[in-house]
Design a protein around this ligand. Structure first.
Ligand SMILES: Cc1cc2nc3c(=O)[nH]c(=O)nc-3n(C[C@H](O)[C@H](O)[C@H](O)COP(=O)(O)OP(=O)(O)OC[C@H]3O[C@@H](n4cnc5c(N)ncnc54)[C@H](O)[C@@H]3O)c2cc1C
Length: 282
């Protein structure tokens, strides 16, 4: 199925955009990492969201999600790895699958920090963002999984099951990891290798490997959509939440300060409406 609108990110901005596009009778798919990866999920109490003071972040998100679901917004849990303009619409790779839409709303939240040293140089030469997509290439080989999201242990278990020799590296002890997988706790990481990956340096110690799976819950916007213009670390938008790319809108923390729910919801509204208008004029 080709959706009218694909929204990347299921936080306040993405769900707001999705609801508005549904109100305009557009079919909408929200692609997002698991709900537990939403930063606001961990907020104990939100006191400055108009009309609903005192809810926890999780309670507020549950209300937003129920609203979107009631209106028929569809959801796909996974990571959008890249989006490609095609035939007046977009193909979006979601883990090892592809979904198709006519307009895009980027609502991916704040960027998860700069790339690791050595990451960009080794893209396609041993660095991967998707165990399901690339795991088979590393069967019977040594791989390092850098776990930076709640689903990373599951993906490491999958690689282990394929026959990869996995070492799991993360700042915190992982939950749900197969006990047969060795864990290295480290904070400072860099990727080593001449031409292709040969190892990972973790807090000064080298772990030799053939491949590195960097499992974050988000993907940098410019990596997602090459050619997207930024303003510092944020996506450049106009007052219609339009980016420099036709048919691509953005909303929420990914467009800049203040990083707040009300601003995310308001921008999501504009992005959803403008995406619907854009489609009506096609
Ligand atoms: C602990 C805490 C307390 C806070 N308290 C408040 C408060 O009291 N009041 C307030 O107004 N704000 C508060 N905030 C800030 C607020 O949470 C954010 O401003 C708001 O959530 C931004 O919404 P968003 O939709 O833009 O992004 P997010 O909520 O960050 O949602 C984006 C989602 O998209 C996912 N994603 C990104 N890229 C991809 C991809 N390529 N594929 C799939 N999924 C992807 C991300 O993993 C994330 O789940 C708080 C934040 C934190 C962390």
């Amino acid at each position: 199925m080709k959706y009218d609108v694909i929204v990347i990110g299921g936080g306040p901005a993405g769900l707001s955009a999705a609801v508005q596009a549904r109100v305009r009778n557009k079919s909408v798919l929200v692609v997002s990492s698991p709900t537990a990866d939403l930063p606001v999920w961990k907020a104990e109490r939100i006191d400055n969201y108009l009309g609903l003071p005192g809810l926890s972040g999780a309670e507020l998100m549950e209300r937003f999600e129920a609203h979107a679901q009631e209106l028929g917004v569809e959801r796909r849990t996974g990571r959008a790895l890249n989006a490609m303009p095609m035939d007046g619409g977009f193909f979006v790779a979601v883990d090892s699958d592809v979904v198709e839409g006519n307009a895009l709303v980027l609502a991916s939240g704040v960027s998860q920090g700069p790339a690791l040293p050595g990451e960009l140089e080794h893209l396609g030469a041993g660095v991967s963002y998707c165990a399901t997509c690339d795991g088979m290439l590393y069967r019977n080989k040594d791989v390092v999984v850098v776990g930076k999201s709640t689903h990373a242990p599951e993906e490491a278990n999958y690689l282990h099951g394929l026959g990869c020799r996995v070492t799991y590296v993360s700042a915190k002890a992982p939950e749900g990891l197969d006990p047969a997988i060795p864990v290295v706790q480290a904070k400072r990481l860099s990727i080593l290798g001449e031409g292709k990956v040969s190892g990972v340096e973790a807090d000064g110690n080298t772990i030799p490997c053939d491949g590195v799976f960097l499992l974050r819950s988000a993907v940098a916007p410019t990596q997602l959509l090459p050619g997207l213009e930024l303003d510092g670390p944020y996506i450049r938008v106009d007052r219609n939440m339009a980016t420099n790319l036709p048919g691509v809108f953005a909303a929420g923390d990914c467009t800049g300060l203040p990083l707040q729910i009300s601003k995310a919801v308001g921008e999501g509204l504009v992005a959803g409406l403008r995406a619907a208008e854009y489609l009506d004029h096609q």
